[in-house]
Design a protein around this ligand. Structure first.
Ligand code: NAG
Ligand code: NAG
Ligand code: NAG
Ligand code: NAG
Ligand code: NAG
Ligand code: NAG
Length: 254
């Protein structure tokens, strides 16, 4: 039998239509508008990332969230801007309050168009160690620069419309001698990476580490939100004073 001829999906569709009709019809009579409690209880999905408090964006309103945590969804890729650098959100783990981010400008190559350091607001994020290390990328280095060759890797980039050499190092391996010679480079950025990928011996290793991303732990009224969830509320912020935490409670039983 073809699946389309099975009567139960049709029955199901009819039932669903009736149920939907009831749901759409009756709230008009029972409540004036959708309660923040209900809206803020919904998970929002972009690609394979699901998010709730403290994040907002897509169709999740700002009052369900903390103002510092706006996500964008572009072609099913979740993005977050921190200090004017765009990151891809690779994972969100609400139970540990960790977000895994990869720099979008270094996602498909190690030559960014603009050089911006990896920065975040320390009142919103705590870079717990997570066994992470840092890698330093130096750009726009002088031609013929005398840069120590141990444990470094040279690459070439077109930065600011000029082809120039760059170098990368695991930050922990930069000794004072190396640091002194790095004044021959105009720019540098540092990026955390997982220590399991620490044996970076080629540009492709570096690319893998950048694509694996790094973890940050968010701090968004954590204690207030824990307390709110324990009392069956939904965490959010005050719509007139977004810097204030709000706990939305169910209208039922009040
Ligand atoms: C996003 O993902 C959904 C479900 O996986 C898919 O139907 C949709 O076409 C995707 N959109 C884009 C722009 O890739
Ligand atoms: C770099 O070295 C080469 C060969 O030693 C030399 O021809 C060139 O002028 C040097 N470039 C600079 C910018 O000093
Ligand atoms: C880009 O190059 C131009 C000319 O070489 C220079 O004046 C300018 O300061 C450079 N900009 C940056 C951001 O390095
Ligand atoms: C890296 O760049 C910053 C400015 O962005 C500068 O203060 C610092 O001295 C640079 N580090 C090295 C080792 O050149
Ligand atoms: C690092 O990788 C290189 C090449 O893949 C390998 O020869 C070397 O043993 C590795 N070192 C460590 C400490 O794992
Ligand atoms: C928002 O803040 C105002 C003024 O502080 C307060 O009166 C109101 O109850 C707050 N709303 C919520 C939902 O917490």
């Amino acid at each position: 039998m073809k699946p389309g001829l099975d009567p139960s999906p049709t029955l199901f569709a009819i039932t669903l239509t009736v149920v939907l009709a009831i749901i759409i019809h009756f709230p008009l009579h029972t409540s004036q508008e959708t309660q923040p409690y209900d809206t803020c209880g919904q998970l929002v999905r972009c690609g394979n990332i699901e998010f709730q408090y403290p994040f907002w964006g897509l169709n999740r309103p700002d009052y369900c969230s903390h103002p510092g945590f706006k996500l964008n969804c572009q072609s099913n890729v979740t993005k977050l801007v921190l200090e004017s650098v765009n990151y891809r959100v690779l994972d969100i783990d609400s139970s540990t309050r960790t977000i895994t981010l990869a720099r979008n400008d270094l996602w498909s190559g190690i030559c960014p168009q603009y050089i911006h350091e990896t920065r975040y607001d320390p009142t919103l994020f705590d870079r717990d160690n997570y066994g992470q290390e840092m890698v330093s990328l130096y750009y726009e280095c002088d031609d013929n620069a005398s840069i120590p060759l141990a444990a470094n890797y040279r690459f070439s980039c077109n930065v600011n419309q000029t082809q120039s050499d760059g170098y990368f190092y695991r930050t922990s391996l930069i000794d004072p001698n190396i640091a002194a010679s790095m004044v021959q480079c105009n720019n540098n950025i540092t990026i955390p990476f997982d220590r399991s990928l620490a044996n970076i011996t080629s540009e492709s290793d570096l690319r893998s580490a950048l694509r694996a991303g790094f973890k940050l732990q968010w701090m968004a009224n954590n204690d207030d939100c824990d307390w709110c969830v324990r009392s069956y509320g939904r965490c959010g912020s005050n719509s007139s004073s977004p810097e204030l935490f709000a706990c939305y409670e169910s209208g039922v039983g009040k």
